[in-house]
Design a protein around this ligand. Structure first.
Ligand code: BES
Ligand code: MG
Ligand code: ZN
Length: 490
């Protein structure tokens, strides 16, 4: 999608469609503009339809023979309550109403309520992403017509550098959505490795894929235990982006990459949504989506390692028994008291591997616990960190990205829940506070001083309903936050 700015407002601009964001109770300016440009009928239309600018309100009028021929007004709500996400939701609502039309789409919002650059990027991203529809697995895809050019009105050229980040970021989010949306018979651990290979080839990154034997040599007993009940080989993926200029920061991003989680012998039964467990590689999708975006954006002074211990959690005669004791690559022994707490086992060895690279910070993303979904629902991810600065950076990156996140506590006393009678640790604590003990488990595999953050995306990876910017299905959560974090837009 071509994206540009135009310093003029809607009074002179001509294109095919126009979306105008209107604040609740502040109709005078937009109404005058519409009346001047399109005549009195527009004002009457507002009154007849009782449009007042509330959130989720929209009003479309068709102006035959005009240029634009369709104007879509969307409500932004009260200015004092306005968040960047409200801009995004309203933009997505407008974009949905524009479906079926091709051509040039103009958008006019009260940009100056935020930093113009941030507002413009957030709205443009929301519009492109709300057009995304995954039809790869339909025999006959619906034909969907969408505008192919976006013009942000009332904004000067000085924001061009930000404009250039929008398409690469959206391509990263869309890649993540496609990876998460692919069924487990299509997207296997080898498929994830193949995706990493494509990114490496397209953008000239370094890629190492460790096979099972390589992982055995490194003593990755926790990761390999999860994989041993599957017919598919594990693939440990390590993709590296390095800026041309000498890097001043070295970062590691780890994504949980379970291409299917059956639960193992603690099989997922009842309402545990086993049929959705293709999304259990959402962390790796975010990591690879971010890798794609970052390699296209080419930020300077930074080196980023993307790490995925990809495998499946399945059942066969060689699968882990509940009760097995295994050894991770840092020498710690783990009693597997629940085979369904498998993500943390794969992450344990990935964290040990990442620490050996001596990064300045490590962030992991994982669809780790159902408990996180109970705590925060499907719109907010959980954040745990041993470092306040890193946590704060991620919180502001997420805010800038329009992705919601909430920091959670890591009380030392909860570590007691992970004590094993036989081994150094067990992999599952009590049901209560389950997302916290999961984070505390991960912390056991860090070298102490490394700043680290863990983001539990079990809720945000998938949306049951169409929510505007996020159509129903895979959301691509995490890509935008990671890109803003790496490129220091926080
Ligand atoms: N992949 C699941 C977590 C999950 C559950 C994500 C529901 C999204 C929706 C993870 O591997 C898992 O099974 N966790 C268990 C942990 C428990 C056994 C301690 C869970 O949350 O039930
Ligand atoms: Mg599980
Ligand atoms: Zn899982």
């Amino acid at each position: 999608m071509k994206i540009s700015v135009n310093a003029g407002t809607a009074d002179k601009w001509s294109g095919d469609l126009l979306i105008i964001g209107i604040l609740e109770g502040q109709l005078d300016n937009p109404l005058n503009l519409l009346e001047e440009r399109f005549g009195k009928q527009s004002k009457d239309c507002f009154e007849r339809n009782k449009f007042s600018g509330k959130k989720n309100e929209s009003l479309t009028f068709h102006l035959l023979d005009r240029n634009p021929e369709k104007v879509i007004c969307v409500g932004l709500g009260k200015p004092e309550e306005l968040l960047l996400t409200d801009f995004q939701k309203a933009a997505a609502l407008g974009a949905r109403s524009s479906l079926g039309s091709a051509g040039k789409l103009g958008v006019l919002f009260p940009w100056d309520l935020f930093r113009t650059e941030e507002a413009a990027a957030a709205v443009a991203e929301a519009i492109r992403l709300s057009f995304f529809k995954d039809q790869r697995f339909r025999g006959k895809p619906d034909v969907q017509t969408t505008p192919d050019e976006l013009v942000l009105l009332g904004i000067s050229d000085s924001i061009s550098p930000v404009l250039e980040t929008i398409n690469p970021i959206c391509s990263g989010v869309e890649l993540a959505r496609e990876l998460v949306g692919a069924p487990p018979n299509e997207l296997t651990p080898a498929g994830l490795a193949q995706t990493a290979t494509k990114i490496a080839q397209q953008f000239g990154l370094d890629l190492k894929v460790l096979e099972k034997e390589d992982c055995e040599k490194l003593g990755m007993g926790a990761y390999l235990a999860v994989s041993q009940g599957s017919d598919l080989a594990p693939k440990f993926i390590h993709l590296t982006y390095k800026s041309k200029s000498k890097p001043k920061r070295k970062l590691a991003i780890i994504g949980k990459g379970l291409t299917f989680d059956s639960g193992g012998y603690n099989l997922k039964v009842g309402a545990s949504q086993i049929e959705l467990m293709k999304f259990d590689m959402g962390g790796s999708a975010a990591a690879l989506g971010a890798a794609r975006a970052i390699s296209e954006l080419r930020p300077s002074d930074v080196e980023v390692h993307f790490i995925v211990a990809a495998c499946e959690n399945m059942i066969n005669g060689s699968a882990v028994h509940p009760g097995d004791i295994i050894k991770a690559s840092n020498g710690k022994t783990i009693e597997i008291n629940n085979t369904d707490a498998e993500g943390r086992l794969t992450l344990a060895d990935a964290l040990v591997y990442a620490c050996k690279l001596k990064p300045d910070s490590i962030v992991d993303l994982a669809t780790l616990t159902g408990a996180c979904v109970i705590a925060l629902g499907d719109e907010i991810a959980g954040l745990w960190s041993n470092n306040d600065r890193l946590a704060q950076d991620l919180i502001s990156s997420a805010r800038n990205a329009g992705e919601e996140i909430w920091r959670m506590p890591m009380p030392n006393s909860y570590k007691d829940g992970l004590k094993s009678m036989f081994a150094d640790l067990k992999n599952t604590g009590p049901r209560a506070g389950g997302s916290i003990t999961a984070a505390l488990f991960l912390e056991e595999f860090l070298e102490e001083s490394t700043p680290w953050a863990h983001i539990d995306i079990a809720g945000t990876v998938w949306s049951d309903k169409d929510k505007g910017v996020n159509p129903a299905g895979a959301t691509g959560y995490g890509v935008r936050t990671l890109v803003k974090w790496v490129t220091q837009q926080n």
